[in-house]
Ligand binder design. Sequence first.
Ligand code: ATP
Ligand code: MG
Length: 558
Amino acid sequence: MSNGADQPLDDFVRELVRDDAAKERFGGRVQTRFPPEPNGYLHIGHAKAITLDFELAKEFDGVCNLRFDDTNPNTEDTAFVEGILEDLDWLGYQPNGEPLYASDYFEQLYDWAEHLISQGLAYVDDQDAETISQQRGGFGQPGTESPFRSRNVEENLELFRKMRDGAFDEGSRVLRAKIDMQHENMQLRDPVMYRIRHEPHHRTGDRWHIYPTYDWAHGQSDAIEGVTHSLCTLEFDSHRPLYDWYLAQLPLPGDTPRQTEFARLELTHTVTSKRRLAALVQDGIVDGWDDPRMPTLRGLRRRGYPAAAIKEFCSYIGVSRANSRHQIELLESFVRQHLNTTAQRKMAVLEPLRLVITNWPEGQIDEVEVVNNPENADDGTRLVPFTGELFIEQDDFRADPPPKYFRLTPGREVRLRGAYFVTCTGFDVGEAGNPTTVYATYDPETRGGNAPDGRKVKSTMHWVSAQHAVSGSAALYERLFAAEVPGNETGDPMDDLEPNSVTRLENCMFEPSMAELASGEVVQFERLGYFAHDPRTPLLFHRTVGLRDEWARIQQRS
Ligand code: ATP
Ligand code: MG
């Protein structure tokens, strides 16, 4: 994959992998993994990690595993497993072999834990979580050794086996690594390896009463699978010495996996934390994980974002160790660029106003030919029926036009796209004073939308024949969070929610070919933007992005 400028990608991770290859580390092999925890669906941030893991493996003739990091029975669910598989497939990545599960390694992890105990490198602590956390101390503050730290191997083994067999209450004991309570890195102050949980697990059922922590499971799972480069986000930076310490204590042949951290993807007006996204769903602020306002992959898919645009964006921003927040408009510009070349153009009137052409021959139907996609001649043309009774946008007519209003207004001539020039001759108003019907005459000489005498009009409007229109609805979206950095002021992103982030228009009128549009397909409604056909509700359209390149404007300003 390239960064759009057709340069091969390069960054510090690739440099490091090249260097390892040159030194024949791991026998020259490259194996990465993507390790989602199945406690939510994937979001745009995960797309960055996925792109890195899979593309890197591809570039170095390696493989990338998918491993579910399912070590916490409380929050995990098979529905999330299924969803993650679906999302990954949609992005177009096939993991190496079958999906893998950290829970498949529980037995091996358990044996290795006994190994550490027998080496005097782990012990059962009878203290509760709060006490252990207090004793950890802090940066520049000493840690306090647990009174159970000096338990002998036999006693530790016996207690640990009882923990496994479910003999103790939750929270009454943990297994800890015995490293150094004065270590300057808090992660190495006797970290917890196992907790007691009497909770069924989505794959192992009620077989286990103890569950490994992330740190104890992760590096060991990497080693079991033969992962060479374990790429994760910067918050794990301080965990790396622990990752290395565990691996160093175990009887593992050859080179052990190497952890490398990179900066998380953050976007303006967006949160990329599963916990926060889950809260949006639970609190009913959105209509589910695939709500088109959600930055989840399923939300973006439903909104009409092409997978290819997301991947190109991820490659373009690249990987580094510097935390930064990208403008959402940049991502949108990739989406727009992509859709510009792929989306079929359609006529749709979202807020209809009746336009009657008074000199149209009674009962006549013209089939006017319009281009399907000006960016791609291969997409050809189609015929759209034109009659004497049409719908136009309410916005495209003004009884009292403001200055510089060039659309339809009494006495003004405009072009109806692909059809004819029409001149407004009058209008009816309803009780509220709003126009209900607009009248016009057409010039039969302008068929196709051009005047033989060369006269010009200042605007071209879209339209739909009333008798042929299919009706449906559209959803227009604002940003879900009004602030660029949600929660920046108060610490709680929910304080920055945009109060009206969706507008539903229920009485939209579409050209007849829309009745056959496949679900999920994205089209451009002329002059209105790109819209995605809902996968479940026929003729419901989500506005993907508008037509204007806001990213270009932001760049001009800066
Ligand atoms: P969250 O903070 O949203 O709960 P997580 O890190 O707990 O995310 P995991 O399922 O554990 O989610 O993540 C799987 C992989 O995706 C990890 O390697 C993690 O580093 C990476 N990842 C998660 N969020 C981002 C992000 N915003 N940008 C880049 N990579 C990410
Ligand atoms: Mg995580």
